[in-house]
Structure formats: C-alpha cells, structure tokens
Design a protein around this ligand. Sequence first.
Ligand code: AMP
Ligand code: MG
Length: 320
Amino acid sequence: MSYDREKQVAIEAAVAAAKLCQQVRRDIPEAIEKKDKSPVTVADYGSQAVICKALGDAFPNQPVVGEEDAIQLRQPKMAEVLTKITNYVRELIPTATPEQVTGWIDRGNGKVAPRYWTLDPIDGTKGFLRQDQYAVALALVEDGEVKLGVLACPAMPVEGSKPGVLYVAVRGEGATMVPLAGGEPRSIRVVSAEDAANFRFVESVEASHGDQSRQNAVAKAVGITADSVRVDSQAKYGIVASGKAALYLRLPSPKSPDYREKIWDHAAGAIVVEEAGGRVTDMYGKPLNFADGSKMVNNRGVVVSNGAIHDTVLATLQER
Ligand code: AMP
Ligand code: MG
C-alpha cells in the first residue's frame, strides 16, 4: 500500500497551515483562554480550519481527531475573534466564510477509527506565544499504527537559510527533513551509539509538562553529562530524529500525576523518530497506544531515544 497521495495532501496542508501560523505570529497574537484554562490563539483555529478543509476535500470519509473545536467560537462574544481567524484563512482560501471556517474546525472532532487522522494544529501554543518553538503535527493512523507523519516546525533554525523545517515519515520508507522555504528533502538518522560524546537530551520548556528533576537524574545516570536542551512542542522529536539529541524524556509531572498524554501530541513525532532509526515507548517500555481514543489512558510518560540507549534508559527508570 502506498501513501503517496496521503503524503502529498498532508504536506501541502501542513505547509499552508505553517504559513498562516507564521503570519499570525508576525502580528503578535493574543492568548485566548480555553475551558481547561490552557491558551489558544487565532492561529490554532486557523491552522485546524485549513488542514481539516484540505483533508475533507481529499478524504471525505476519514475522521480527523484534532485538538480544537469551534464551540467557543460560535458564541456571539467571539464574533470578532472569528472574523480575525477568517481573515487569516482567506489569505489561503480567498472565498472562506466564518460559517465555513467553524465547520472546517469542527470537522476535526472525529473519533478514533480503524483509519483516522490526528492533528495538533499548533503543538506548543505556549512556545508559539513566547516566540519560541512550536509545531503543526499531522498523522495518519491505521489499525492503531501510525503510517504517515508530517511535522512542520516553522521556527526551527536552518543553517544558512531562514528558519523552518518540515519532517516527514512514511512507515517503512524512512524519515526526511526539508527546509519549509523549499529544497530537496534529505534522509535523517538518529545519532549513532558510537557518537556518545555528543549525546544530548531534550525536555519541555514548561516544567509542569514533565518531571524535570527526575528527567535530569535519569539522563545523567545513562551518561549524558551536558545540560538538557529545553524545547517546546514535538520539535523535540525532530531534534532526536535528525541526530541532534539522543534522548527526549517526558515523565509524569508530580503536580498532575493523573494527566494522560494525547495522541495528537505524539503521533507525528513518533513515526518521524522511528523511521529515523529511533525508539518511542512509554516509561515502562510499552508502545504508545493510538488505537483506543484521544487520551492514551494506559500509557504513562514518554521515552524517545536513538534506540541504542533505550533499554538502558528504561532500566534506569525502574530504579529512580
Ligand atoms: P511541550 O511543548 O512538549 O511541553 O508540550 C505541549 C503539550 O503539553 C500541549 O500540547 C499539552 O497537550 C501538553 N500538556 C498539558 N499539560 C500537560 C501535563 N501536565 N503533562 C504533560 N503534557 C501536558
Ligand atoms: Mg499539543
């Protein structure tokens, strides 16, 4: 089974959404508070609208499980925000109306199925607001296995060019990266076991999204002496996949021990790392479960590595 068409549609949609996000960021977005108190911006909504429209046109029968919904946006007091979102979407889809925009966003409220897409229209919204890293993350899942992942990181530095990287992986076909500004995709590989002197480890900027003291203790115990590199969003997966770090640890925060990871925060990143030769499991070595719902209820924490050090990291985690 080839995923050429899915890949092409997903790449075009993610690149368009990344453009919208960068445009919003140049205009300095404001944070809107969601019901769960987390921030969202006009770019999160615009990105979900653009991507769900593209997926709906190309694959009308395939559900999209996305992070955002348009419930809040339909309230009369949000009319001004909806107008703003629509104006950004119109830079890509000139005929878009506010009703269409809310409809496209709500197309992203599908359920996990034998074949579905999962979307984080802006992963790392806090990083986006801080002018740091963020990602547009889109993945196709079949029978619980991620088959295709597209991860746009518009703020990722590129040597000798303007920032912005697109990571793409198809199951069994390897992982690539290409500057968002254009160019030839090149294959990426995780850092090899022989390169241990250059091992680094990445974790979230937001301390409340993990357990930084335990993460740092484990990294030191497996021989990574350099300080952690703190990065927002699934950009961390891109960093491991391209060999710039050997390890990404995301251990449950002591402040929210009952938090469950969401599928859209990991699906696209996970396949990019796996296809670059790395490994992704939860903190007990279990595969991440993309088959049952938007929350990975039976997984705890996430461990992402170059593969070579994975078992050592898991063993160390049982001890500390
Ligand atoms: P990061 O940028 O890697 O810190 O991850 C951002 C993601 O963290 C957001 O998309 C949220 O879904 C997720 N998140 C929110 N609260 C928590 C938490 N308590 N533990 C782990 N992840 C969280
Ligand atoms: Mg997210």
